[in-house]
Design a protein. Structure first.
Length: 278
């Protein structure tokens, strides 16, 4: 995989691309606070694809939104379609992990004419919110956004400290090799050391979420074949009852599971590629 830059109508993306431009176009979307390096372990196995792994907006080496703009599903869909336009891809498949899988699901609902197939890992549709938590969620989002300007990013004196911090995160702990891959692309040099290159606003709560009924409506409108892989044990945001209900909404879907961690595409790439039918 080689580093590339995509200058789009929406902003400049950092990305990794293999050199198989004759292959099936495949856009890879990483998880929350990860980056394109998330797909490096899988890349050598995807020989039939023209693989482009993006750094999502606000992540890795891609552009950050202006101060007066907010990250949202809608804006991210526009970003991804702009990236595909710049690549010259009219139709393409999407490989998504976690947040990337959630966004891929909505992308397929919003632009069905562009999406050939979905390969999803640990997500089907975005996180939903109950209607009776709307006001409290909005209040929390406003308060945290207003307080953000007074906060400073953590500075690591040495990149090794960032590797250790990423290994032991509460959200999704990683082995050292996987953590090192992500850190190489996920920090930048600043005065006094290194800091995360991701936009701090990505750690804020989402102000408005779809209801579960709205998620179901999006899933029912997916027109392409879908392969879904979930790790066992199941992540807390994607428990079996929720997963099964969402799977039942998708017209053409194959769902499989593997024993492994949340980042099993990094630690068990051969098994993941086989399970997804890539």
């Amino acid at each position: 995989m080689r580093d590339i830059v995509l200058d789009t109508a929406r902003g400049r993306f950092g990305a990794l691309r293999n050199d198989n431009t004759d292959g099936v176009p495949l856009l890879a979307l990483h998880g929350w606070l990860d980056n394109a390096a998330s797909f490096l372990p899988m890349a050598p196995l995807l020989t039939g694809y023209d693989l482009v792994a993006l750094d999502m907006p606000g992540h890795g080496r891609s552009f950050h939104y202006p101060d007066d703009a907010e990250y949202s599903l809608f804006s991210t869909i526009l970003d991804l379609l702009a990236a595909a336009d710049t690549l010259g891809w009219e139709r393409f498949a999407v490989l998504g992990h976690s947040m990337g899988g959630a966004i891929a699901s909505v992308l397929a609902a919003a632009a069905p004419e562009r999406i050939e197939r979905l390969f999803l890992i640990e997500a089907l549709g975005p996180l939903s919110g109950s209607e009776d938590s709307t006001a409290s969620r909005l209040r929390d989002a406003v308060a945290q956004r207003r307080a953000l300007d007074s906060k400073r990013k953590r500075v690591f004196a040495d990149p090794e400290l960032a590797v250790q911090a990423r290994m032991h995160t509460v959200v999704a702990a990683l082995d050292e090799a996987s953590s090192r891959l992500l850190i190489e692309r996920g920090i930048r040099a600043v005065e006094g050391g290194f800091e995360w290159s991701s936009d701090t606003r990505l750690t804020l709560p989402t102000a408005v979420r779809m209801s579960e009924a709205q998620v179901h409506d999006c899933l029912r409108s997916i027109a392409c074949p879908v392969a879904l892989l979930v790790a066992e044990p199941t992540p807390p945001y994607f428990m079996p009852a929720l997963r099964d209900t969402r799977v039942a909404c998708v017209p053409e879907i194959r769902s499989v599971s593997l024993t492994g961690s949340h980042h099993l595409h990094m630690t068990q790439p051969d098994e993941v590629v086989a399970a997804l039918g890539l």
